[in-house]
Structure formats: structure tokens, C-alpha cells
Design a protein around this ligand. Structure first.
Ligand SMILES: Cc1ncc(COP(=O)(O)O)c(C=O)c1O
Length: 564
């Protein structure tokens, strides 16, 4: 209701003015907050209440043409037909089920138009405003919350990674495919323009259809490149000489740049990964690409960073800031679910270059579901900036404890924590003794690698059946074929990683109680696993397993100065 007419309307009902003024102050305070939100496009410091968010969502959805339930029309002729709008198009945002309508707050038109996923829709001004506001709030969260730079200045100052952005209604993998196809469109235009200038229009630019991908064993990434209709050259990774880390092989990248040259559309790096893989050295990669592009015509080789769940890690965000300031970065892909605790189905694409963002938005075919944006809008408003920062801080605090606790478990079972200091989200411990310490492994009875791997995999399944989710158990020397390419040493992102291991992540949203529960269950499951194998070994008449669990616990207690 219009706040200015309320005093008069209520006075007509003989409600005292001073009573009306008190009630009105609530309405006005709410309106002011909403106005500020639109005006500044920044997250409120404190999160809003559910009721406040609900109210704003309903107010926005009323603005869409399909929301006639909220504006049921009393026709002056009093005939049976009482709809305000009469839709004669093939898609009018009709929603059959009230339950579905409620689930979406009445929004039914989706977002974007055929030409651009960020474009405003005439029939759905509420949805359009919601989308644009959500993007602004998200960019604000990324800049002021996660520490990514926005536009850093004028003149020659390079822009930060979070200068511009778009939201896509699909998960990380599909978004990667969309980003790459948007970049291909852009490259075709710019390369053709450059070729026509240089050759008087007589020469057609070479098609860029190769993506150099710094290997990370995540199937979606590889499949995304193929889905975009591009050819993937898998670059090997390098094992760090002094730690257990696996990371970028810059020599292999340089060689591939020289080999494939102008046929390369983009280099795809990753900054959130399972241990022992650590974030790619995206600053060095960005610099190398920029140097390589110098003096070349056209769009040059682009650089896409898969930052799937990396927003929660400030040191990696800083690395990306640096990459943008010293070299070439075109797009950064971030999952909404993994970073902002919403259901699966959306991605945020960041870029220092507004033209790149436009190419990606315009490349999206058709309209998009508004659901992921509504979820993100609600969540960000509910968190507020303080809530979001608090979650990031808590994760950082817990990550230190998480690593220590994991190390204790490793010691208890005569394993060791993988030393991967550049990965502060995912942690790993070796599983080299889990199966090798079985009393059956001597001489000719040495377990074959396949059988060992089987047993290690069983350990992983056991954790899952004990309701521990998210851990990954990676045996040695496993191979996997994905769409015709065979990855040796699959899981570790390296051809010959020397350990079997398991990983566990301290990701945003994990609470201390959940973490404690995880470690209790892990320890208990591990003991049960060892006990089971001991029993099996005894049954086969092989005797005790050397270094059994009771002994290990005594050792550990002595080392920790405790009584066993
Ligand atoms: C590094 C990385 N890239 C891509 C993906 C795929 O994400 P999505 O399932 O959102 O497509 C994941 C999934 O966890 C991931 O870890």
C-alpha cells in the first residue's frame, strides 16, 4: 500500500492518527531499507529477516504480467472474465499448481531473452529487476566479502577480476561450456576484423578451436570443453620437488602455446581443487599468455579460470587479483552452490573485461530459470555482509583445526598428512599402509595392485555407508577414460602420484560440531576397517597384522605424553 495515502484512508476508519503514525513507521523503515538496497546495490551489513525478504519478493513478482493472482481484477462490466491480462503468446508464465507458484514467489517468466540472458523482459519487469539486483549484490559480496578487486582505477590501471559479472542458471561445468562458446564467438568476430584490416579483407582468420587445459581430475571440466565443440589438449601437471603438491607445469604450457599458436582459443586453469592438486599458478599463466599475445593480431589467447568453489579462500582470491593485474584473465567461473550455500544450479562469471561478459551473456541460448537467482538473492539478503564474512572467517579458523585433527588421525594409523600448503580447503592423508600392512602381503603373496586398490576403494565405500560424505579415496595408478581420453593416475591429477590417499574438505558452511562428528566417525570407521581386515587375515591363518591399531594408539599416546 502507498504509505502516503494510509493516514487519510485510516482516518476515514476512525483510527487515531497517532496510532497510524506508529504502525506506519514500520512500513516506512522497511521501504527505506528496500530503497537503499536498490540505490546502492550493496549488501546490507546485517541480514534481513525472512519476512522482509518475503515481502520484497512478492512486491517484485506483482510487477510481472503473469502474477494475476495477486491483482485479481474486478471488471467494471462484472462479467465472468476477471483477469487483468489476457495472454495470447505461446508462453505467458502460466503456472498450473499453486504450490509451484508459491515455490517461486509467483515468478514465472524466467530471466533474460533469446538474445541475452541479462536482458530485461517487457512482460517481467519484476524478474528483470530481481536479476540485476542479485548480480549487484553478488558482486558486492565477492568484492567486500571475499576480497576480489573490482574496477581498480582509471587510466592504465588494470581492472580487477570482479569488475564485471553475469549470472548463469547452470552449474559450473555447463557454465564453463557456455563461457568457452561465448569466447569463441568473440574471437571469431575480433580475429576476422583483424584479418580483414591486415589483408584487405582477403584472408580468413584461423579458427581457434583448441583449449589448453591444465589437468585436474574433475570429469565435468574436460567434458565442458568437448560440449563447447572444442578440442582439449590436456597439459600434464608437475609434482612439487619438496612438498606433496601437484600443480601447473609451466614448461608444458609454454611448449603448447608455441606448438598450437593461433589455433588456441583459451587456456583453462583451475583454482579450487582436491588435494594434492593445488591451485594453478594463475598469475604466472596470465603473464605467460599476455607475453605470448604481444604483437599478435586479433583477440589473442584467452585465459579462463575455473574457480568453482574457490571464492571461500582469500589467498586464492588474492592470487587471481594478482593474475589480473599482471597478465591476461578473461573469465572466472564460480559455482553459486559451492560458494553461497544455495541449491545446485547456478554460476557466477566474473571478468575484468565488460566485453567478455557481454559475449557470454549474449551467447546464452534462450531464457533461463530464475530459480537459482531467487535462491541467491534470498541467501545473500539473509546473510548480509557480516553473515557472509562471518562464514568465511569461520571456515578459515576451522581449516587450521581441521588440518591438525586430520594429522592426528594420520599418525594414529601410521599414515601421514600430505604436505600441500597451497591448498587450504582440501586436505589429504596417505593410505599407503592401509592395505600394504595386511599380513598377507609378503613375498609371492604380495597383493596385486588391483587388489590393493580394491581394498582401498572398499575403505572409501565403508566411510560412505557410515554416513560420511564428501571424502575421496584415491588408489594409486588407476586409469580412467573420459570421452576417448585416458587419464593415468586418475584422481590425483598426475600420471604417477606416489601415494594412495584420501581427501576431506573444510568447506564453507561446515560447523565445528559437524567437523568433530566427522573425525569421530572417521577414526571409528578406520578402526573397524582394520579390525575387519585383521579378522579376515586371522581366518586365513596369517596371524596378526603388523603395526596393529592398539599398538599404534599406544605409540601415539606416548608421543603425545598421554597414558595409553
Ligand atoms: C574444480 C571443479 N570444477 C568443476 C566442478 C563441477 O561442478 P558442477 O557440478 O557445479 O558443474 C567441480 C565440482 O565439484 C569442481 O570441483
Amino acid at each position: 500500500m502507498d504509505a502516503t495515502s494510509i493516514p487519510t484512508l485510516f482516518a476515514a476508519l476512525q483510527i487515531p492518527n497517532n496510532h497510524t503514525a506508529v504502525g506506519l513507521s514500520n512500513l516506512l523503515a522497511g521501504n527505506t531499507q528496500a530503497r537503499t538496497l536498490f540505490h546502492h546495490g550493496r549488501l546490507p551489513d546485517s541480514g534481513w529477516s525472512d519476512l522482509q525478504i518475503h515481502r520484497l519478493l512478492l512486491e517484485l513478482s506483482v510487477l510481472d504480467t503473469n502474477c494475476e493472482e495477486s491483482v485479481k481484477y474486478q471488471s467494471s462490466t462484472r462479467d465472468a472474465f476477471s483477469h487483468r491480462w489476457t495472454g495470447a503468446g505461446e508462453r505467458e508464465g502460466r503456472i498450473y499448481s499453486p504450490l509451484v507458484s508459491q515455490r517461486h514467489y509467483g515468478f514465472g517468466h524466467g530471466i533474460g531473452r533469446s538474445g541475452d540472458v541479462m536482458e530485461a523482459q517487457p512482460k517481467a519487469v519484476g524478474s528483470s529487476a530481481l536479476l540485476r539486483l542479485t548480480l549487484r549484490l553478488t558482486l558486492d559480496a565477492v568484492r567486500r566479502g571475499a576480497g576480489m578487486n573490482g574496477t581498480t582505477g582509471k587510466g592504465d590501471t588494470p581492472s580487477g577480476p570482479a569488475s564485471f559479472g553475469t549470472l548463469l542458471p547452470v552449474c559450473t561445468g555447463m557454465s564453463m561450456a557456455l563461457v568457452l562458446s561465448g569466447l569463441r564467438d568473440r574471437a571469431q568476430g575480433l580475429d576476422a576484423a583483424a584479418a580483414s584490416v591486415n589483408n584487405g579483407g582477403g584472408c580468413i582468420a584461423i579458427e581457434r578451436n583448441i583449449v589448453l587445459w591444465s589437468r585436474i581430475d574433475q570429469k565435468s571440466c574436460y567434458k565442458a570443453i568437448l560440449t563447447a565443440g572444442l578440442r582439449c589438449i590436456v597439459l600434464p601437471t608437475k609434482a612439487h620437488p619438496e612438498t606433496d603438491e601437484v600443480s601447473t607445469d609451466l614448461d608444458a604450457l609454454k611448449a603448447a602455446l608455441d606448438k598450437y599458436g593461433n589455433r588456441i582459443l583459451a587456456v583453462l586453469t583451475t583454482t579450487s581443487c582436491f588435494c594434492p592438486r593445488v591451485p594453478d599458478e594463475v598469475d604466472a599463466v596470465a603473464k605467460m599468455i599476455q607475453t605470448w599475445n604481444v604483437g599478435k593480431d586479433g583477440v589473442g589467447i584467452s585465459h579462463v579460470i575455473n574457480h568453482a568453489y574457490g571464492l571461500q579462500c582469500q589467498s586464492t582470491n588474492k592470487l587471481i587479483n594478482r593474475a589480473c593485474s599482471i597478465g591476461r584473465v578473461d573469465a572466472i567461473i564460480c559455482s553459486t552452490d559451492k560458494n553461497f550455500l544455495v541449491p545446485v544450479g547456478g554460476a557466477l562469471i566474473l571478468s575484468p573485461n565488460v566485453n567478455v561478459i557481454e559475449s557470454i551473456s549474449q551467447n546464452y541460448p534462450g531464457r533461463a530459470s530464475a530459480s537459482p537467482m531467487i535462491d541467491l538473492f534470498i541467501t545473500l539478503l539473509s546473510m548480509g555482509l557480516d553473515g557472509y564474512k562471518g562464514l568465511l572467517e569461520e571456515r578459515k579458523r576451522l581449516a587450521v583445526v581441521f588440518r591438525q585433527r586430520l594429522e592426528m588421525v594420520a599418525n594414529l594409523f601410521k599414515e601421514r598428512i600430505l604436505n600441500c600448503p597451497r591448498n587450504s580447503i582440501s586436505f589429504g592423508i596417505t593410505l599407503d599402509n592401509l592395505v600394504a600392512s595386511d599380513g598377507t602381503n609378503s613375498g609371492s603373496e604380495q597383493l596385486l595392485q588391483g587388489e590393493q586398490n580394491n581394498q582401498i576403494t572398499k575403505f572409501g565405500s565403508m566411510l560412505f555407508t557410515r554416513c560420511i560424505s564428501g571424502t575421496r579415496v584415491v588408489p594409486r595408478n588407476e586409469s580412467k577414460s573420459i570421452s576417448g581420453h585416458t587419464f593415468h593416475g586418475f584422481g590425483s591429477s598426475h600420471e604417477q602420484y606416489p601415494h594412495a590417499y584420501m581427501t576431506a574438505a573444510c568447506a564453507v558452511g561446515m560447523g565445528e560440531g559437524e567437523m568433530n562428528e566427522f573425525f569421530e566417525r572417521l577414526e571409528k570407521s578406520w578402526k573397524d576397517y582394520c579390525a575387519k581386515r585383521e579378522k579376515e587375515a586371522r581366518k586365513r591363518g596369517k596371524g596378526e597384522i603388523p603395526g596393529n591399531i592398539e599398538e599404534n594408539m599406544k605409540d601415539l599416546a606416548i608421543r603425545n605424553n598421554q597414558h595409553p
